[in-house]
Design a protein around this ligand. Structure first.
Ligand code: HEC
Length: 149
């Protein structure tokens, strides 16, 4: 007998016993009343709300990402807090004058700033959005640049 078999054997026996116990339990005959009682007990779980369907009555629910977020979505979630109002001198959305010097650096430099931040300023890497991919941050930069065209 190989070592692996010797070690696996007790587990195999336990698994077999477990299956047998489950099998026996499943065989138990229920009366109509018992069956109805069980159905009643498990019913609420089928009627419970799903996150995000509005039935929970809760507030904002985390959006389950189904693909890359759009520039606008990322902007609203991670950039607007500073770039809407110009916190700490952030160039404002749709404020062409505020962006002139920055646009002059070229788009690649602005993507770089979005992804990695500008050291020593309020512009932190990805605006602090740790779940944002580099491409999503680029899209948010594009979204701001389109606003000043
Ligand atoms: C906590 C505030 C804050 C958040 C959040 C923030 N920014 Fe900024 N951002 C700034 C500030 C402040 C500056 C100006 C920095 C400077 O040059 O002094 C700036 C500048 C920039 C620039 C110009 C960089 C350059 O090289 O001139 C870009 C591009 C930018 N932000 C993109 C973004 C994007 C994209 C997001 C969201 C993913 C974001 N920012 C979120 C504060 C913020």
């Amino acid at each position: 007998m190989s070592n692996r078999f010797v070690r696996g054997f007790p587990a195999l026996i336990l698994a077999t016993i477990g299956l047998w116990v489950v099998g026996v339990a499943a065989d138990v005959d229920l009366t109509e009343a018992q069956r109805a009682a069980i159905e009643e007990r498990i019913k609420p779980s089928g009627e419970s709300c799903l996150q995000g369907d509005g039935a929970c009555g809760g507030g904002a629910v985390a959006v389950v990402a189904t693909g890359p977020r759009s520039g606008e979505e990322v902007y609203q979630a991670a950039c607007a807090a500073c770039h809407d109002s110009g916190v700490a001198g952030a160039p404002k959305y749709a404020d062409a004058a505020g962006w002139v010097d920055r646009v002059a650096k070229g788009k690649a430099a602005l993507y770089e700033s979005g992804r990695n931040g500008l050291p020593g300023t309020g512009m932190i890497a990805k605006g602090g959005c740790v779940s944002c991919s580099d491409e999503e941050v680029d899209a948010a930069v594009d979204y701001m640049l389109v606003s000043i065209q």
